[in-house]
Design a protein around this ligand. Structure first.
Ligand SMILES: Cc1ncc(COP(=O)(O)O)c(C=O)c1O
Length: 457
């Protein structure tokens, strides 16, 4: 005898025209009951819902694969882990164990890298705001200072003068690759001559020496040729300076920007088709480097530094959320309320994160809108995804979810959820506890005249 199916009320599905001509992105057909081999219900029982779950194995595999793509094509390659992408201590520690340096963009991130034991010379210090105190510390500890503007250069020079030393600097450059929107607000512009002037200024100072060039041409770059052009422009600038007797530049840092296999809103093709392979980026970069330096001995090829963030961590972290309510909207759409929203996964504002069920759910799939728990209209996790009828307690897994969420998440209305790590041995542990009232209120202070009162009057 066949099992009886649950009765479902009939419905009329409104036909919508605002969808991709390539078809609708729906929930992936396959069910995902485990993360890195650990049953999702076990993880939720232990750590609660919602829950971020990181896979140590995937993270190590990603960084090895990405670094190897470049290192197999160029003799001297360094990966700087972009802290802002995910600066949970355990995530950074794993990447440092894998040999990645730290790429930081603030005093906080610098201090965090040092607290995690990263030596100064393995820290790439970017960012437009580096107060004098942190520049003093970072330069004394031998960090690589990537200069953003002339005022910063003057501060570094004055620190060196006060100490009677010479501080090596890297200039951050910006320029138009013709493939990406130029990020002209960071660093010195090549086309306008600012970058050249900055280099001249460094050369004229007895307290500064230019040893590196840096640029970061954008993020989620879907065109590998953009990197080829970036390298060509940077190498051209380097040759121009060296031809005029500047000191030898020993490193070219091409920033980050490699895309992850996530679904950027507005891009119709699924990530597997829209996102080029990492190898195609490495071929573009290393091919351009070889062409640029063909006429010099290998010992004089600069170190290639890259600062990939999202491509390394995004698919190594998932977010598991639970259904807390269901409803039908007046326009006929099915809606589901989840316990995690844009407060936990801010990147839902610009990605249609692939989402999976953790168990088969009977019933006809329908276009469904996924809301988060916030009492705010913007809290939408997916505007439209085909899902069967869900019930309270059902789980959804969002992946990739590891880039820019555990840093940009906010304590707004709800507590921030826990983050667990599934280790390579299949064991799991907490790498960030769920927030409590005490955590949220710890920095608050009550003035003396407000100390009494119980809220009844
Ligand atoms: C200077 C710099 N390097 C690296 C990154 C990492 O970028 P992505 O995550 O796109 O690889 C960023 C991100 O904005 C950045 O500003």
């Amino acid at each position: 005898m066949t099992a009886r199916r649950a009765w479902e009320p009939p419905f009329i599905q409104p036909h919508r025209h605002d969808v991709s001509p390539f078809g609708r992105r729906g929930v992936d057909d396959d069910i995902q009951g485990a993360i890195a081999g650990v049953d999702i219900e076990t993880l939720i029982d232990r750590w609660g819902s919602p829950l971020f779950v990181a896979s140590e194995g995937r993270l190590r595999e990603n960084v090895r694969r990405i670094r190897e793509a470049f290192a197999s094509r160029y003799p001297d390659v360094v990966h700087g882990w972009s802290y802002k992408t995910n600066y949970l201590g355990a995530i950074c520690r794993i990447l440092h164990q894998e040999g990645s340096w730290a790429e930081v963009v603030s005093a906080f991130e610098y201090e965090k890298a040092r607290a995690l034991g990263v030596p100064g010379p393995r820290i790439l210090f970017n960012g437009p705001h580096k107060p004098r105190a942190i520049l003093e510390r970072a330069s004394a500890e031998g960090a690589r200072l990537h200069v953003d503007h002339l005022d910063e250069l003057a501060t570094i020079e004055s620190i060196a003068r006060d100490r009677g030393t010479v501080i090596p600097v890297t200039l951050r450059l910006n320029f138009d690759t013709g493939h990406t929107e130029p990020w002209s607000r960071f660093g010195f512009n090549i086309e306008s001559g600012q970058a050249y002037e900055a280099a001249v200024r460094v050369k004229a100072s007895p307290h500064l020496v230019l040893t590196g060039l840096h640029s970061h041409i954008g993020t989620f770059i879907l065109e590998p040729r953009a990197y080829g052009e970036q390298v060509r422009r940077m190498a051209g600038f380097m040759a121009e300076l060296e031809g005029e007797g500047h000191d030898a530049i020993t490193s070219l840092d091409i920033g980050g920007g490699l895309p992850s296999r996530n679904a950027l809103q507005g891009i119709y093709l699924p990530p597997e088709q829209a996102v080029p392979s990492i190898d195609s980026y490495a071929v573009a970069v290393c091919g351009a480097l070889e062409r640029a330096f063909a006429d010099r001995p290998r010992e004089r090829w600069p170190t290639l530094i890259f600062e990939s963030g999202r491509a390394v961590v995004d698919d190594a972290v998932s977010l598991v959320a639970s259904v807390v309510g269901t409803k039908r909207l007046p326009d006929g759409r099915r809606a589901v309320v989840l316990d995690a929203g844009v407060n936990s996964m801010l990147t839902a504002l610009w990605y249609d994160h692939p989402v999976r069920l953790t168990r088969p759910v009977p019933g006809a799939p329908e276009e469904t809108v996924l809301y988060g728990p916030l009492c705010m209209n913007i809290d939408v996790m997916r505007r439209q995804v085909r899902l069967p009828p869900l019930a309270v307690g059902d789980r959804l897994v969002f992946n990739p979810a590891g880039a820019y969420n555990n840093t940009q998440w906010m304590q707004f209305i709800e507590y921030r959820p826990a983050v667990a790590l599934v280790g390579e041995d299949g064991g799991h542990s907490l790498i960030r506890a769920a927030e409590t009232l005490e955590d949220v209120c710890r920095p608050e202070r009550m003035p003396a005249h407000l100390q009494t009162g119980d809220g009844t009057r």
